[in-house]
Structures are given as structure tokens and as C-alpha cells.
Design a protein around this ligand. Structure first.
Ligand SMILES: Cc1cc2nc3c(=O)[nH]c(=O)nc-3n(C[C@H](O)[C@H](O)[C@H](O)COP(=O)(O)OP(=O)(O)OC[C@H]3O[C@@H](n4cnc5c(N)ncnc54)[C@H](O)[C@@H]3O)c2cc1C
Length: 388
């Protein structure tokens, strides 16, 4: 059985691993830290289920979607929720609604020293770990299997993740003929999922530099306002907050994203989710005042009737304005993030020399190396122009 021919064809959603009737598939990290399915040929019975469940390669269905999503700009009324969430805290409003119905929330949290993993939460305290964007590809662990069990036990479930996660989950449940009437799915507009190894190495770089342990992280600290993109780390001994832009810088260069992100199937309005969440870039087209304090605003796309029911039920906890698709368009609702032309070189350097080297050469850790890289980029641009 061959699951993919090139890495771009696998988004790592785990649907194939979970559906395998013989448990013959393991998710194994490659040298960049991204998980890929590996088949144990001694156990595999060649049933082909793993190939059939793959929506990244076979396409995804959205039979319950409205022809056009309902579009809103949203801010939670509770200022604390707003300040501790990435955008306008719509995720908190939705997940609170599910929790009050004795439901279960799945989202991205942390395990062993800020490794990003998907988890199951049944209380607000557990759910609060999912708040805020973690710009790393999350390890989905056994969550698809757990969702299946929860739905079979007639529990209400909210699953939140990137669209490649939610699409994989829906396909897995459909193939298992699971009744999904109690399942609510929430995806995000996604710029791309960065490498877990780079995130791990950057944490250890900061700890070595400051000779201290990190006890809290924020991928995007709102201290500088919602629009800024600055990551922060709290150190244990000194309680100092370290603010940096190195990881952000690598993220936006599209040099550390998963290969499949460059051919993402979900950068459009046909969402594999009941509700889609994003930052509302361009919110001023709806109102000049709504986010004048720069504390954050969510873009919310309500894609299905189920999503609309939830939205109606959380209205009392949010301030919202109606909008439209043409007023909320942003790059990753149109096109995948194109991989950097230096991606291969970056990873060759990383594998040979390690993180500090690439952090200096491609990031902003060292000026000499960085200068050489900028010159290299300019040369390549000029060559491109000359070639026409
Ligand atoms: C990797 C990534 C790329 C993104 N790219 C864009 C973009 O291009 N444009 C845009 O407008 N918005 C993007 N977002 C979404 C945005 O940053 C907010 O997550 C979203 O607006 C929800 O904000 P909130 O205030 O409602 O809730 P928050 O509490 O801030 O949202 C948290 C939710 O996001 C989920 N989440 C957090 N990290 C991950 C992860 N690594 N993988 C899967 N799910 C995760 C949590 O499970 C939780 O449900 C991205 C988010 C991530 C994680």
C-alpha cells in the first residue's frame, strides 16, 4: 500500500491511521518534525481503507453548507476572554455553549514542554488551554478515535482545528458510519502549519540564551495590540517576559511550513466545518469603531444550519456586526501560502548544522549571516527579472 507519492500529498490528519482495522499505521516524524503515516507491511492486509479515507487526495464534501456563508465580525463581551484569545474570542463563546450542554471540546493544547497536541476537555479550565493560536502543526494524537467514542456515547462534541484536520475527521466518521448529529465542527482560516522541531528548538535556544526555564509562551502577545505579531516567553527564575520576532519571521517566510500547506485544498469559502474562525483583517470595511481599541476581532463564517443554531445561542455573549464575503477576503481564503524558494536550502542547512545556524542565516538571530541571506535573495530576484 502506498499512501502518498510526495510529501505535498499528505497533511498528517491521522484519518488513515485511525481507520486502519489492523492498527498497521503509525504517525512518524520526518527530519523536519512533521508526522507522516508509516505502514507496517507485516500487518497490513491491503484493504485500501487508508487510501479511501484521505480527503486531502480525494477531495472533500460539504453537503450541508449554505450556498454562501453568513459572515460576521465578532467580539466577546467579556474583556478578559477577549484579551486572552487570539482574535475576538468567538471560540470561547462557542465552546462555552457546548460545555453548558455537558459537551466535550477538542482543541490544540500543550504537552511535554509546549509541544502542541490536540486534547479532550470537559471543563472550562481544561478548555482554556486551547485559547490562543499556536503556530505549529498540532499532533492530533488519538482524538479522532476519542470523538468517535464520545459520539457513540451520545455526547455533544465540538472539534476545533485546521481545515485539513476537520476534513479528515469528518471523512473518518463518515467511513465508520457514525451518527454526527451531536458533532459541531469549527475550523480556522489557516496560513500554514509550521514545523514542531523548529518550535521545540527555538524554545531551547531561548532557554539556553537566558539560562532559565520557560514557564509560559504566547505565539502572539496582545500586549502590543491585536494587529502586532510578537511572540513572548515568561522565564521561571526571573519572571522576566522575553519578547521576540524570530519565530514569526520564519513563519511568514513560508520556509518552515508543512509541504502540503503550499498546495492546501481549503483556501476558499467551501469550508469543512459548521463555523470558520479567523482574524478579521479589513474589519474597518464593516465599521470604523468596532475594533478601535485594537483588542481583537474575529471573522466568523457560519457555513451550515448547525453553525447557525450555535450562533443564535451565543449571541447574548458577543457583540457582532453582519458582513459579507467581499468585505472579509484575505490571502488564505483565496490561495495557499506559496513555499519559499529557499525552503530546500533551509532544511538542508538545518539538518547539517542545526537550529542556531538557520536561525542566524534565515532568521534575525545574527546580522552577518542574515545580510548574506538578503543578498542571496536579491540576487535570485534580479536573476528572475532578467530572465523575464
Ligand atoms: C496555524 C494557524 C494559522 C492561522 N492562520 C490564519 C490566517 O492566515 N488568517 C486568519 O485570519 N487567521 C488565522 N488563524 C486563526 C486565528 O489566529 C485564530 O485562531 C482564530 O481567529 C480564532 O480566534 P479566537 O479568538 O476565536 O479563539 P482562540 O481562543 O484564539 O482560538 C483558539 C482555537 O484555535 C485552535 N488552535 C490553536 N492552535 C491550533 C493549531 N496549531 N492547530 C489547530 N488548531 C489550533 C484551538 O484549538 C482553538 O479552538 C490561524 C491559526 C493557526 C493556529
Amino acid at each position: 500500500m502506498v499512501l502518498f507519492n510526495k510529501k505535498e500529498d499528505c497533511c498528517g490528519c491521522t484519518a488513515c491511521k485511525n481507520i486502519c482495522p489492523k492498527s498497521a499505521i503509525d504517525m512518524v516524524p520526518d527530519e523536519e518534525g512533521f508526522l507522516y503515516p508509516q505502514i507496517n507491511k507485516d500487518i497490513c492486509i491491503e484493504c485500501g481503507l487508508c487510501q479511501k479515507v484521505c480527503t486531502f487526495q480525494n477531495g472533500y464534501a460539504t453537503p450541508h453548507n449554505f450556498e454562501k456563508p453568513l459572515v460576521y465580525a465578532v467580539r466577546h463581551k467579556n474583556e478578559n476572554e477577549l484579551l486572552t484569545s487570539r482574535s475576538g474570542a468567538m471560540f470561547i463563546a462557542i465552546s462555552d455553549y457546548i460545555l453548558t450542554h455537558n459537551g466535550i471540546i477538542y482543541g490544540a493544547g500543550y504537552s511535554d514542554h509546549f509541544r502542541v497536541v490536540h486534547k479532550r476537555a470537559t471543563t472550562k479550565t481544561e478548555r482554556n488551554e486551547f485559547k490562543g493560536s499556536k503556530y505549529v502543526q498540532s499532533d492530533l494524537n488519538e482524538t479522532f478515535e476519542q470523538v468517535k467514542d464520545d459520539l457513540q456515547n451520545k455526547r455533544m462534541v465540538l472539534y476545533s482545528g485546521t481545515p485539513c484536520h476537520t476534513s479528515g475527521l469528518c471523512s473518518y466518521l463518515l467511513k465508520n458510519k457514525i451518527d454526527t448529529k451531536n458533532l459541531y465542527v469549527c475550523d480556522i482560516v489557516c496560513h500554514g502549519a509550521p514545523s514542531p522541531f523548529i518550535w521545540r528548538d527555538y524554545i531551547s535556544y531561548i532557554e539556553k540564551k537566558y539560562k532559565d526555564d520557560i514557564i509560559a509562551v504566547s505565539f502572539r502577545d496582545k500586549q502590543w495590540g491585536w494587529e502586532a505579531h510578537v511572540e513572548s516567553f515568561i522565564l521561571q527564575r526571573t519572571n522576566q517576559k522575553v519578547m521576540t520576532k524570530t519565530y514569526t519571521d520564519l513563519f511568514y517566510q513560508h520556509i518552515i511550513l508543512r509541504p502540503s500547506c503550499s498546495v492546501c485544498r481549503y483556501t476558499n469559502f467551501r469550508r469543512p466545518a459548521d463555523i470558520t474562525l479567523a482574524d478579521y483583517w479589513g474589519w474597518k470595511k464593516v465599521s470604523q469603531e468596532f475594533n478601535a481599541d485594537n483588542k481583537g476581532v474575529s471573522l466568523v463564517l457560519v457555513n451550515t444550519q448547525k453553525g447557525r443554531n450555535v450562533f443564535e445561542n451565543v449571541k447574548q455573549y458577543i457583540n457582532y456586526l453582519e458582513s459579507s464575503a467581499d468585505k472579509c477576503i484575505q490571502p488564505n481564503l483565496q490561495l495557499p501560502s506559496k513555499a519559499s524558494s529557499f525552503r530546500n536550502l533551509f532544511w538542508k542547512d538545518y539538518i547539517k548544522h542545526g537550529f542556531t545556524y538557520v536561525g542566524k542565516k534565515y532568521g534575525n538571530l545574527g546580522w552577518m549571516e542574515r545580510l548574506k541571506y538578503i543578498m542571496l535573495k536579491m540576487k535570485s530576484k534580479i536573476r528572475g527579472i532578467v530572465k523575464g
